[in-house]
Design a protein around this ligand. Structure first.
Ligand SMILES: [Zn+2]
Length: 150
């Protein structure tokens, strides 16, 4: 499996190419959960009965900290057993998806505009990088399915 340093290296390269000085940080499950609950969409979805695990969120971007936070637990589970080339593509997919959030430059606070921003990021990513988007979607779907069996 890719090491944390290798993951950060892949992401750094893409961010630099995009002229972004965004930081990257891994968070353990408890700290990632705390951060995730600050997101209006995630907090509302959990309030309505979903679990964080069932959402399969590998990364979150904080506009205030200009940092992409990675979920150690989700990334580890997604990458394990996958070939290295696919692991790399998944990390690239996460990075490009987050770049759309970085570029949207607004930190949304209410549910509807957060949801619209998320949809816009997904749509734009899918349009610009259909192959990577498919890799990201496939591996996250697998993660969600695996977690249903737990
Ligand atoms: Zn997103």
């Amino acid at each position: 499996m890719l090491k944390k340093s290798e993951i950060i290296e892949i992401m750094d390269l893409i961010l630099k190419k995009s002229n972004l000085a965004t930081k990257i940080k891994f968070l353990d499950q408890s700290n990632f959960t705390k951060l995730a609950l600050k997101s209006t969409i995630i907090a509302q979805t959990i309030k309505e009965g979903s679990t964080l695990r069932s959402l399969g969120i590998p990364a979150l971007f904080s506009h205030i900290k200009n940092t992409i936070y990675l979920s150690e637990q989700v990334i580890k589970e997604v990458l394990k057993d996958e070939p290295i080339s696919l692991q790399k593509r998944f990390i690239q997919a996460i990075t490009y998806h987050e770049i759309y959030h970085i570029k949207s430059s607004v930190q949304e606070t209410d549910f509807n505009s957060s949801l619209i921003r998320e949809e816009q990021a997904r749509k734009q990513f899918k349009k610009d990088f259909p192959g990577l988007e498919a890799v990201g979607r496939k591996l996250i779907r697998k993660y969600i399915e695996d977690n249903k069996k737990l």
